[in-house]
Ligand binder design. Structure first.
Ligand SMILES: Nc1ncnc2c1ncn2[C@@H]1O[C@H](COP(=O)(O)OP(=O)(O)OP(=O)(O)O)[C@@H](O)[C@H]1O
Length: 707
């Protein structure tokens, strides 16, 4: 039988026990040690701690505490209201508050009211003493009359029904009604007694909850976070109390709950609220003003979101508090961009410049006012100045002479609009701009000498980056410095002359300057401007330079604007803008007009005009050959003074050479190799050198073109 057995294995000897398949067993890693067993009490402690500190537990505990405290707080509030209603304590408190605020007139009024209240109360009490007797009498008479009436009614009924029993029917009906009422009261009384206390508790809780009468820690997270919370009288009073001004703190403590009496109504003003605070006697307005940061933080705002100004009323500060974060929102586009049909009127119109903090439109009249805009670099000075010029350009009668001493093309769009446009940062540009301002002085003098009553169109002379002009170290051939602030400084004197006399004949100087110092913006020049505006600045002393002491003492603080973040926000001191009574300045968030938008507005302004040929000084005489012209005006004289050469050139061609300075002449001669030189102490041009240069010129015109 065994030979019939067929093995399924290929090789049955494979199954020999010693060659059986290897059995794999999992061997525990010897390195991993079994964790030591933590004692039960430690584990329980940890679990308890986790449970207690868990956010859910905290929230639940806070909720329990809060609602309990609402009841306690509500009881306190109701008790105080009741007490206030029944006693003279409210009058006492208001009297004390008015006294603490130094408001004696109001104090006298409260005292009188208190006395009136006491007298009334006394009368009521006396009435109360006599009233039980009166009440008993009234009840007796009332009952008697009532019964009489019911019996009378019963008699009438009995006569009608001919049933004598009906005499007492009405009386019996009333007795039945009374007994029914008694039964109802008896039924309801029990449950009422049971739920009454709960209802009372509920109403106390509701009062407490409504008044948020629980400490901050017990409030829900959403309410605990006071960042940007709305401004209420109690928050303002608390913020003032904690300002660190001792007399103010003491007075507010003295006033107790009546501290809010110091505040006027809290009004919505633009993207924030405004409130006037009448300070207690002994507290000066500038003491509050100088603590702006602390006040802002007490009001859970950033410093730049709170503005403190001094209104007309004595001992009063006006607080404007922005809605949290609202000042970081951009304001809308300029009407100049959105309203394509807008035109301007120099004399009667106002330039739409931006919005004040209250959200009202801030528009500036530029009529007969010199202008000065300062600020740190890159805060929007050029944009603000340009916005005014763009608006005014929409009055076709206005002529512009412009000098931009940065020259990166910010004013390019005025090409073909402005009669003169000089753009560039070099000394030569500075000199051209200064000569342009001197030309404006001449124009002003011409106008001043015109017959009285002559009307003159506005001539707006704009110098952007004017600090460059003040800092120019170059001297002219008469050794007069172009820059500086000396009596012979050319820009300084020209600016002062226009400031002194230009207004009446509509020759106005608008300057934009950066980072003012006494050197780059001399005192007399900054004070000659009627409209002074400042973007963010570094220090208070700079703010004083920019806006003047009066504005800064009245609360103007461009030094507290945030460089970079408050681009385009400026503080203006001017009679040309509506400033609330008593304030000395206005903070304006200007509309930003981008260069592309500015180009479009300038295009519209150009379309209003017949076509203006803009004179770029450096392009003057483009078609002429200055070296040849110099040779011709020198003529046959061996040496001619540079001054005379300039005068003769101007005579030869006013357009090409009228605005030439020594620098222009020198540049042409230097380029040609015919430098002017000194002879007998004066600069002269040599006939021979010029002739020689002319003869040797390879390519006539190219080297010496004034292009
Ligand atoms: N009204 C505004 N609102 C928002 N941003 C503005 C406003 N005005 C200017 N800016 C921003 O500020 C930048 C700088 O503006 P602008 O060139 O006018 O400054 P500036 O003070 O003249 O600078 P600089 O002194 O360096 O010439 C602009 O490119 C723009 O981004």
């Amino acid at each position: 039988m065994s030979e019939n057995l067929v093995h399924l294995d290929k090789d049955p000897q494979f199954l020999v026990p010693e060659q059986a398949p290897t059995v794999l067993t999992v061997v525990p890693d010897p390195v991993v040690q079994a964790a030591p067993v933590v004692p039960l009490w430690v584990r329980s402690g940890r679990a308890l701690k986790t449970a207690i500190t868990h956010e859910h537990t905290k929230t639940a505990a806070r909720a329990v505490a809060r609602h309990g405290l609402y009841v306690a707080g509500g009881t306190r509030i109701v008790a105080r209201r009741t007490w206030d209603g029944r006693t003279a304590s409210r009058y006492e408190r208001m009297l004390r508050a008015a006294e603490a605020a130094g408001n004696y007139e109001v104090a006298a009024e409260w005292e009188e009211r208190g006395q009136r209240f006491r007298a009334e109360r006394h009368r009521r009490r006396m009435d109360l003493l006599a009233s039980p007797v009166d009440a008993a009498k009234t009840a007796l008479v009332g009952t008697g009359m009532g019964m009489g009436a019911l019996i009378g009614l019963g008699v009438a009924l009995a006569l009608a029904t001919k049933d004598p029993a009906d005499v007492i029917t009405p009386l019996a009906a009333v007795v039945g009604l009374v007994s029914l009422l008694v039964t109802i009261v008896m039924v309801v009384w029990g449950p009422l007694l049971t739920i009454g206390p709960f209802l009372a508790l509920l109403s106390l809780w509701a009062v407490g909850r409504h008044q948020k009468a629980a400490p901050a820690w017990a409030l829900p997270a959403r309410e605990r976070d006071s960042e940007g919370e709305p401004i209420t009288p109690s928050i303002v009073v608390k913020a003032l109390r904690d300002l660190g001004v001792a007399p103010l703190r003491n007075a507010i403590k003295e006033m107790g709950d009546a501290g809010a009496a110091m505040l006027g109504p809290i009004r919505i003003a633009g993207c924030g609220v405004e409130v006037d605070v009448t300070l207690p006697s002994g507290v000066a307005t500038n003491e509050v003003q100088s603590r702006r940061r602390k006040l802002a933080e007490n009001l859970t705002r950033h410093e730049h979101e709170v503005f403190i100004t001094i209104p007309e009323a004595a001992r009063t500060v006006r607080l404007w508090v922005a809605d949290s974060g609202a000042l970081d929102e951009p304001i809308g586009p300029s009407p100049l961009v959105t309203d394509e049909s807008m035109t301007a009127n120099y004399a009667k119109g106002r330039a739409p410049w931006g919005q004040d903090l209250r959200g009202d439109a801030a528009a500036l009249s530029v009529y007969q006012r010199h202008l000065l805009i300062t600020g740190l670099s890159n805060q929007g000075k050029t944009a603000a100045l340009r916005a005014l010029a763009l608006w005014l350009a929409l009055d076709r009668s206005v002529e512009f002479w412009m000098g931009d001493l940065k020259g990166v093309g910010d004013w390019d769009m005025f090409d073909g609009l402005a009669a003169r446009l000089i753009q560039g940062p070099t000394d030569e540009h500075v000199i051209e701009v200064i000569e342009m301002v001197e030309d404006a002085v001449e124009e002003m003098n011409r106008r001043l000498q015109a017959p009285p009553g002559t009307e003159f169109p506005a001539l707006i002379v704009i110098v952007d980056e004017a600090q460059v002009a003040f800092m120019c170290p170059v001297k002219d051939d008469e050794k007069r410095p172009y820059g500086g602030a000396k009596a012979n400084s050319r820009y300084y004197m020209a600016a002062r002359k226009i400031h002194n006399q230009g207004r009446a004949v509509n020759v106005l100087l608008w300057q934009g300057t950066q980072d003012p110092t006494n050197e780059n913006l001399p005192k007399l020049v900054r004070e000659g401007a009627h409209t002074r505006a400042s973007l963010a600045l570094g220090t208070e002393s700079q703010a004083r330079m920019a806006l003047g002491d009066k504005a800064v003492d009245g609360g103007a603080a461009p030094n507290l604007l945030r460089p970079g973040l408050d681009q385009g926000t400026l503080v203006v001191a001017s009679a040309g803008i509506d400033i609330p009574k008593g304030q000395s300045s206005l903070t304006v968030r200007t509309h930003y007009i981008s260069t592309d938008d500015a180009k479009e507005i300038a295009e519209r302004a150009r379309a209003l005009r017949d076509g203006v040929t803009t004179l770029h000084t450096i392009e003057r005489g483009e078609d002429r050959d200055p070296l040849a012209d110099i040779a011709s005006v020198v003529g046959t004289t061996a040496r001619v003074r540079t001054k005379d050469v300039l005068a003769r050139l101007a005579k030869l061609n006013e357009d090409a050479y009228g605005g030439w300075s020594f620098i222009d002449l020198k540049r042409v001669l230097d380029d040609a190799g015919a430098e002017p030189y000194k002879s007998d102490g004066v600069m002269v041009v040599s006939r021979d050198r010029v002739a020689h240069a002319l003869a040797n010129r390879d390519d006539p015109g190219s080297a010496s073109d004034v292009a």
